[in-house]
Design a protein around this ligand. Structure first.
Ligand SMILES: [Zn+2]
Ligand SMILES: [Zn+2]
Length: 237
């Protein structure tokens, strides 16, 4: 289906309007009208070719929230009208030990990125969320239960959120544990909020004095301005 998007045609050219053709909904596919898509710094790296692997045209965007407009015949978990999210992956081999362990991000045959990824067996380029709609295999679509007003804020959870949530869960962040968050940017601000919400003693490290107030507001118990010589020294004693 003809879909409007924003694409970079080369590392040197800015994003510009571009039309793509989204695939017809297959038996296990979910078609989503995109309402919001976060801007992740990976999008900039990829669009500018800074990782050396960009396939052009490049349509970034892997923090997608939208409304389902069609589902395939074999889709049981979603229906038309549901709000759904799509993160960094849209497919994986689904038969290697990692995939069988629900760890598709470690797929031994390489997962398919939401953009700049190769579709299995087809070798085509995937296009991300800087577009009007996307068609994704149901196993890689997430249910979103937040209210309409919150959906813009839900989008960054799909990459910045999971990237910080995963290690916090892995290491059991919670009451009685101390968590240090280094750098209060796109991921860092999310890390502070999540660590605080989990009940851990949260220490934010920043080189910018100006971010101190924000870090405290986000839930940090302590903020250490790491450019300031005294603060780290105090902690070594
Ligand atoms: Zn990202
Ligand atoms: Zn796999």
């Amino acid at each position: 289906m003809a879909t409007k998007a924003y694409a970079a045609q080369s590392a040197e050219t800015p994003l510009a309007p571009f039309e793509i053709d989204r695939r017809t909904v297959g038996a296990h596919d979910v078609q989503i009208d995109i309402l919001y898509c976060g801007v992740c710094h990976s999008d900039l790296h990829q669009a500018r070719g800074e990782w050396g692997n960009t396939i052009y045209p490049c349509i970034p965007g892997h923090e997608i929230v939208g409304r389902i407009t069609a589902v395939g015949d074999d889709v049981t978990k979603f229906k038309v009208g549901d709000i759904a999210g799509v993160g960094c992956m849209v497919d994986s081999c689904q038969h290697c030990p990692s995939c069988e362990d629900d760890l598709e991000q470690y797929c031994e045959n390489g997962f398919t990125g939401t953009y700049n990824g190769h579709a299995f067996g087809q070798g085509e380029n995937t296009y991300g969320g800087y577009s009007d709609r996307i068609v994704v295999k149901d196993d890689f679509v997430l249910k979103v239960s937040h209210s309409e007003e919150q959906l813009a804020a839900v989008a960054p959870l799909l990459c910045a959120g999971i990237t910080t949530w995963s290690p916090l869960r892995h290491w059991g962040a919670g009451p009685g544990k101390k968590v240090g968050i280094v750098g209060i940017g796109g991921l860092g601000h999310m890390g502070i909020k999540l660590a605080h919400a989990l009940g851990a003693h949260t220490v934010a490290f920043t080189t910018s004095e100006s971010k101190k107030a924000d870090a405290l507001k986000l839930g940090a118990d302590e903020v250490i301005v790491s450019k300031n010589e005294e603060a780290p020294a105090r902690r070594r004693r």
